[in-house]
Design a protein around this ligand. Sequence first.
Ligand SMILES: [Zn+2]
Ligand SMILES: [Zn+2]
Ligand SMILES: [Zn+2]
Length: 342
Amino acid sequence: MRHLSCPACGNRVFFENYACLACGTQFAFSPRTGQMAPLFGDNAILACANRQQYACNWTSDDGEPMCRSCRLDSVIPNLSFAGNLERWRKIEQAKRRVVYDFIRLGLPIEPRGPGNQSGLTFQFLSANLTVAPVMTGHDSGLITLDIAEADDAVREHRRTEMLEPYRTLVGHFRHELAHYFFERLVLPSSDIQACRAVFGDERADYQQALQIHYRGGAPPDWGLHFISAYASAHPYEDWAETFAHFVHIVATMDTALDLGFGGEPSQAISDPYTTEDFEALIKAFLPITEKVNEINRSMGQPDMYPFVLSDEVKGKLHFIHMIVAKNSRTHAGNMRTPEVAA
Ligand SMILES: [Zn+2]
Ligand SMILES: [Zn+2]
Ligand SMILES: [Zn+2]
């Protein structure tokens, strides 16, 4: 995340802010310019309709009342239930961060509609209100999230129960969008053969693979071949887990470089989201994780990045980098206009 400034006084503000603490100016984030825009006065811009409930701090989009992120929702939590407004705010906050990632990556992140059947839609469901259990997952552009994942206690309980080192709302969104982009960008393209050579054949029986994984666990040497134990369950999950990590890496590097960690932004990685240089990206990322992990331990906090990248995993990440670059509208060499200004 690049640093943001108050449009009136220039004070540093953050992605989640609605107003400037220094001068009181009300603003909203414009995904079109990548800047905060004022809501009043000259150059005033319209806020997303979900701002009323403080569920969103983005600008409205294309004459629509809602922003680019909120327009992706088809089902939001039932706000008449206690706690759901707070859960929804947390969910939307994480989703905006991830929508921002994909805008910066230049990948298509548009609402599903009559003219766009390959678009995306999100539904946020509660197990209290459905007959069947709510499964967080992706199905042909429909991303479902169990809103209980917004409760820290519930999410942490599930994380430890499933022996996961990392479980966050941002991580869920990056993972499920990875499934979407596999279906949208890789499956219909000639890259599918190469993808199967790298990740395995995703046509292998999925339910059976998951049953075997949950019954017997990951193979003991999974760390040599996979980014996570869950990635070893099935090629489809290996792709999604690895793709999510590619986004973790570019998003973290973007923030780190902006904050001046890891030295001056080099020529090779002036923009981690669109850099051509995968090797430079990984080389810059790993020392930062070592340092921040150590800082976290000093505070008794879990590691920021509790993962090890084996050579095989780096190869998989490199393949994903290639797929993203090929399909990006903001990537160098592509003629389409960037939506978030550099
Ligand atoms: Zn200000
Ligand atoms: Zn919004
Ligand atoms: Zn998955």
